[in-house]
Write a protein that binds this ligand. Structure first.
Ligand SMILES: [Mg+2]
Length: 343
């Protein structure tokens, strides 16, 4: 429904794009928005921009600036950027998302719709205009987080569209589930619930899944059957989930990725994201947990033992995960956002 607003790709920033790879793929022309895409709103060309342009020219790209801003602002930026070794074109008052000036940019660069790429920070002007013009686009995060009021409102709409975009792209990639792994206290369950709600996915916590299947609490299983038995249940649960679940966010038990035979199944299940925290943060968080619900707290009795376990396990998680997301100093919502961005 929002397809006409979807970027072809997303990137963290204009400076964080694999341009060599784009050149290998056959792209020759790059059209850039200026404000919040290359520099902060209204800022002049800086060393970073010049360095980028120089590099792009060297790779073999032609460059055109395409800004809705007025002539003096765009000219000033252009003059600052056009130093020795940099060649580029510019268009001001572009009236994006109108198509006319996207086409003009390609005329200036002597490129075609097929080998031209647009890079910008806004959906309703930059990306939408590129789509209307038949050019692929990369949406980057705005450089300056604090923006004017009218942009802030637009950003809210952008977030809605990006939610649809991610879900569609998700299905296209045929990734069936999101699997969250990490130590006890990393926030797998709380982040997983938020994530599932936002993506319209089901949520499964493997500990709760096991409790339901077996009809015993984790604490009971540990006390009556022992840890080894619980680990076997985990592997069985994983097999069951693998057979029956798609479009789910799965919070995997902290010990699950440690077993070798679970690792392959976890990765088969979908995209595995490791919620990574510093030692202090993790220890602080999981010591506030209810021990009855936490296998790690049941098997390792003292703080020292738990710390030691964390130090051992934390080297395993990144080897199992497709992606890693930092949790330190972030709220549940912020971590959920970061996971979505990483997918
Ligand atoms: Mg912009």
């Amino acid at each position: 429904m929002f397809r006409r607003f979807y970027p072809a790709e997303m990137a963290e920033s204009s400076y964080d794009i694999d341009y060599e790879e784009l050149y290998r793929k056959g792209y020759r022309g790059l059209i850039y928005d200026i404000d919040n895409t290359l520099v902060e709103h209204g800022a002049d060309a800086n060393a970073e921009v010049i360095e980028l342009f120089r590099r792009l020219n060297k790779i073999g790209f032609r460059i055109c600036l395409l800004s809705n801003n007025k002539a003096p602002r765009v000219r000033r930026f252009y003059r600052g950027a056009r130093v020795k070794g940099v060649r580029l074109h510019y268009i001001f008052n572009a009236h994006k998302p109108a198509r006319r000036n996207y086409l003009k940019a390609m005329v200036l660069m002597r490129t075609t719709k097929k080998n031209t790429l647009f890079i910008g920070d806004q959906i309703f002007t930059d990306v939408y205009g590129a789509n209307r013009s038949g050019i692929r686009s990369i949406l980057v995060k705005p450089i300056n987080k604090a923006e004017e009021v009218q942009i802030v409102a637009k950003r809210k709409l952008e977030r809605i569209i990006l939610r649809f975009y991610r879900r569609d792209r998700w299905e296209k990639m045929n990734q069936l589930n999101v699997v969250l792994i990490g130590f006890a206290g990393a926030g797998k369950t709380s982040v997983g619930k938020v994530l599932a709600a936002e993506m319209g996915f089901d949520f499964i916590d493997t500990d709760r899944y096991i409790e339901e299947k077996v009809g015993m609490s984790i604490a009971e299983i540990f006390r009556t059957k022992g840890e080894e038995y619980f680990r076997d249940l985990e592997t069985m649960a994983l097999k069951g989930i693998l057979k029956s679940r798609t479009h789910s966010v799965i919070a995997a038990g902290a010990g699950m990725p440690i077993r070798l035979k679970n690792q392959k199944m976890l990765r088969k299940l979908g995209t595995v994201v490791y919620l990574s925290g510093s030692e202090e943060e993790i220890i602080r968080r999981f010591s506030m947990r209810n021990p009855e619900e936490q296998p790690v707290l049941l098997s390792e009795k003292t703080d020292g033992e738990r710390r030691e376990l964390f130090l051992r396990w934390r080297f395993v998680y990144p080897t199992v995960a497709h992606r890693t997301v930092d949790i330190d100093d972030r709220t549940v919502e912020q971590v959920a956002d970061a996971v979505r961005d990483a997918l």
